[in-house]
Design a protein around this ligand. Structure first.
Ligand SMILES: Cc1cc2nc3c(=O)[nH]c(=O)nc-3n(C[C@H](O)[C@H](O)[C@H](O)COP(=O)(O)OP(=O)(O)OC[C@H]3O[C@@H](n4cnc5c(N)ncnc54)[C@H](O)[C@@H]3O)c2cc1C
Length: 441
């Protein structure tokens, strides 16, 4: 049955990462009718990885990749730029550590893919294996969450270093954190540059159409159909890779929740400000308290980045008032960490949406006879959704890959009651999580 896509992404042109890059000419929008073997909807990490994998598996197949906006301006280009190798499994049960092992295999697979592509295509995205500080602000979170994480890392035989407040002060230039676990495998990068580079290096058999939102789809027919404002694509098979926007296609509506996050970049710090920071020339911090906490970076070009805020956002829109508050919060939290830097301002402030499920499991698989979806990233999608994109292409093309079992072992996103009941339950739970973890902000 044809279905109108009821909510499209809207680019507010605020993404700080792409503002630092040279201008890029988007590919032309879809015009007219096209018949192809495959259509992939959404050119984020999942969609681009799916299209590339399909091209590898079927070198003579025709593949169309359609993107509502411009590559790099949605979540894939707006995130904090951590390509994370390890899961954050908080539990220490045998099941949780085994899940962790599976997630590590998936993480290594996708990171190898990304590392290979960055090198092969000389993608200039500040790609650097800087590692990651997983931090606790309070003694309680250090003693519980970080200790549990250390136990997991021991079990997985993953290298790490435990740092106290003094060592963190030396390395990062802030005494805000009580303790951290440093793991060396995370890459830091400019996400807009990475996703642009990945999309622009797709094989020639993939036709990318930007500024081409799917406004109507028929997922159920023998040949799925996608309609845009100026064209129409009929395909043998379709892959939906729109993450938070899946609900607009009527897909996984009762399994995933759109979440809104806010991020900011300072101007380049002066030489004297840099001298007041620590010994690491570039670093990344992720919060042990993942919902309430803040992600932080010192970028290669000497800017501080902060990502804070995690709120249920069912309409995929927000208000100017909310943005103003979030921006003030970003700045206040930065100044609290680095009072020595004086009256620091923000050069860029933006927001982005991702999708989470109640049980942190993905929404992934076949959604109709000839349609498949990779959705619900639960954060960490640079790596996880590169894997999801490649694996959904394998599933759709009927290729066996043992990593599919690892991916599926995460389970399927749990059912959540529909709105408006959900708005009350989820909204309250998240507000409670934010309030409970407020000391970790
Ligand atoms: C502020 C922020 C910070 C984050 N930090 C990190 C981080 O440091 N590390 C990390 O790994 N992850 C991070 N994430 C999460 C990460 O960005 C996502 O997991 C990732 O972008 C998911 O990739 P995706 O391709 O599945 O979805 P998306 O990146 O959302 O891509 C989906 C694409 O589908 C397109 N689309 C939607 N509707 C339509 C339509 N109707 N027609 C055509 N196209 C459509 C969208 O325009 C979009 O380009 C962060 C996210 C945010 C918002």
């Amino acid at each position: 049955m044809p279905r109108l896509v009821d909510r499209l992404p809207a680019d507010d042109r605020t993404n700080g990462w792409s503002a630092l890059l040279p201008a890029r000419l988007p590919s032309a929008p879809l015009q007219g009718d096209l018949d192809v073997d495959w259509v992939v909807v959404g050119a984020g990490y999942a969609g681009v990885a799916a299209a590339r994998q399909l091209a590898r598996l079927q070198p003579s197949a025709s593949i169309a990749l359609i993107e509502a906006g411009v590559v790099g301006e949605n979540a894939s280009g707006r995130n904090s730029g951590f390509a994370i190798d390890l899961p954050h499994t908080p539990g220490t049960s045998a099941e949780a550590t085994e899940q962790g092992r599976r997630a590590i295999r998936i993480g290594h697979f996708a990171l190898n893919e990304l590392d290979g592509l960055v090198k092969e295509h000389a993608i200039a995205c500040d790609w650097e294996k800087s590692g990651r500080y997983h931090v606790a602000v309070t003694h309680e979170v250090a003693a519980q969450t970080l200790k549990n994480y250390a136990a997991n890392l021991d079990t997985w035989k993953e290298p790490y270093e435990w740092l106290d407040q003094k060592k963190l002060q030396d390395r990062l230039g802030t005494n805000y954190y009580r303790a951290a676990i440093y793991t060396p495998g995370t890459y830091l990068l400019n996400p807009a540059a990475l996703i642009r580079g990945l999309a622009d290096s797709l094989p020639a058999q993939v036709q990318l159409f930007e500024n081409s939102p799917a406004i109507e789809v028929d997922l159920d027919g023998p040949s799925p159909l996608v309609r845009t404002a100026l064209g129409r694509i009929r395909a043998r098979k379709l892959i939906l890779a729109v993450n938070a926007y899946s609900q607009s296609f009527g897909v996984y509506r009762e399994r995933q929740m759109p979440i809104l996050l806010f991020a900011s970049l300072t101007p380049t710090l002066t030489e004297s400000q840099v001298a007041m920071l620590g010994t690491d020339h570039t670093w990344g911090v992720t919060p042990a308290e993942s919902i309430a906490g803040s992600t932080l970076r010192l970028t290669r070009d000497r800017r501080l980045m902060i990502r804070q805020g995690f709120e249920y956002s069912p309409t995929l829109r927000t208000t100017e008032e909310r943005r103003t508050k979030a921006k003030a919060m970003n700045l206040g939290l930065l100044r609290r960490r680095f009072p020595q830097l004086g009256d620091m301002g923000l050069e860029h402030f933006w927001m982005g949406w991702l999708a989470v499920s109640r049980n942190h499991a993905p929404a992934f698989g076949q959604i109709a006879a000839n349609a498949f979806a990779a959705s619900c990233c639960n954060g960490s999608g640079i790596v996880r959704h590169t894997a999801a994109g490649m694996l959904i292409a394998d599933v759709a093309a009927g290729r066996e890959n043992p990593l599919i079992a690892d991916f599926l072992a995460q389970g399927t996103a749990d059912y959540i009651p529909p709105r408006p009941l959900r708005d009350i339950g989820v909204g309250l739970t998240m507000m409670w999580d934010m309030w409970r973890g407020r000391a970790e902000r």
